[in-house]
Design a protein around this ligand. Structure first.
Ligand SMILES: C[S@@+](CC[C@H](N)C(=O)[O-])C[C@H]1O[C@@H](n2cnc3c(N)ncnc32)[C@H](O)[C@@H]1O
Length: 286
């Protein structure tokens, strides 16, 4: 079991008092929830904290996206599938920072992506595609790379899904997954607090599970499937960002419930059971 990552900015405890929820002592937020330092990501110079998290539904924001992109060998002009892209913030990021042509796919894609991509100067590189990830209409081998962040567990755990997805990647093409994970698989004894977004959490697995999920296709060489070194901090950083952005009482109910559930989970987790992972794989030739 890897040791819990020490907080780089010195937060000592994860316990946050929820007894008065949603009226909580916001002055304690900074002491409890780690902030991922922008200085650790020089490639994001020019982005502030709001921009790192803007339009992203999950944890890690552009910190996570940037670390995932580093595992790929992206070159201008490459065709990239951003699968389960949400509002397409990562699609714009990949197009802007790497000059790649991104197909931004989500079943719930907002119409605003076209305008936002154009405003970011990458309207010609981002193609919005509203589609179910299990019914994609691309040609076989169309993509040089597949990028999927905080999404794949929603639709990609079926035994046959990895082979289906790899079908859209050219031989030698690369896949990167970044996602919430458990350090090891859930058991009957797993505390209730860890069962976030039940039953969706039942599709959240360990890095080893995802490695095997792709390796058994025999079509992919998995070169990396590990807990992210900031995988625990991504949870705390997200909660901190959301609490600093808006008081819980003012949040829309679904967000308020989600933040509450994440804090309960972090209060219970003392050794990094809930984290994030990255997986990188290369499609074998032939
Ligand atoms: C937690 S959000 C993450 C979105 C984005 N990648 C991000 O990091 O902000 C998960 C996304 O998966 C999408 N999704 C879930 N099931 C899907 C499916 N079957 N086909 C396409 N998208 C799906 C949802 O619409 C949602 O936008």
């Amino acid at each position: 079991m890897p040791p819990a990552t020490p907080c780089p900015v010195g937060c000592q405890t994860r316990s946050f008092d929820l007894s008065n929820w949603p009226d909580v002592d916001l002055s304690r937020v900074a002491a409890v929830f780690c902030e991922v330092p922008l200085s650790a990501y020089p490639e994001l110079a020019g982005y502030d904290r709001a921009a790192v998290h803007a339009g992203l539904a999950g944890q890690g924001g552009l910190f996570f996206a940037s670390d995932m992109a580093k595992l790929l060998s992206l070159k201008p002009g490459m065709r990239v599938l951003d699968l389960g892209c949400g509002e397409g913030a990562t699609s714009i990021f990949l197009a802007k920072e790497f000059g790649v042509a991104v197909s931004a796919v989500d079943e719930d894609l907002p119409d605003s992506l076209v305008l936002r991509a154009a405003a970011a100067g990458v309207g010609h590189l981002v193609t919005p595609v509203r589609a179910d990830a299990r019914k994609l209409g691309f040609d076989p081998g169309f993509f040089d790379a597949i990028f999927t962040m905080n999404s794949l567990f929603y639709f990609g755990t079926d035994d046959l899904y990895p082979s289906y997805l790899l079908g859209f990647l050219r031989s030698g093409g690369e896949l990167v997954i970044g996602s919430p994970c458990y350090r090891s698989e859930l058991t009957d004894d797993t505390p209730e607090e860890f069962l976030l977004e039940f039953p969706a959490c039942l599709a959240v697995h360990s890095p080893q599970w995802w490695r095997r999920h792709f390796e058994r296709t025999r079509e992919a060489e998995v070169t990396h499937a590990e807990l992210h070194p900031r995988g625990v901090d991504f949870w705390a950083d997200r909660v901190r960002f959301l609490l600093e952005e808006q008081r819980p009482a003012e949040m829309r109910p679904s967000r308020r419930e989600m933040v509450h559930a994440i804090i309960r989970m972090l209060n219970r987790d003392h050794d990094g059971f809930v984290s994030h992972f990255m997986l990188h794989a290369r499609k074998r030739a032939g």
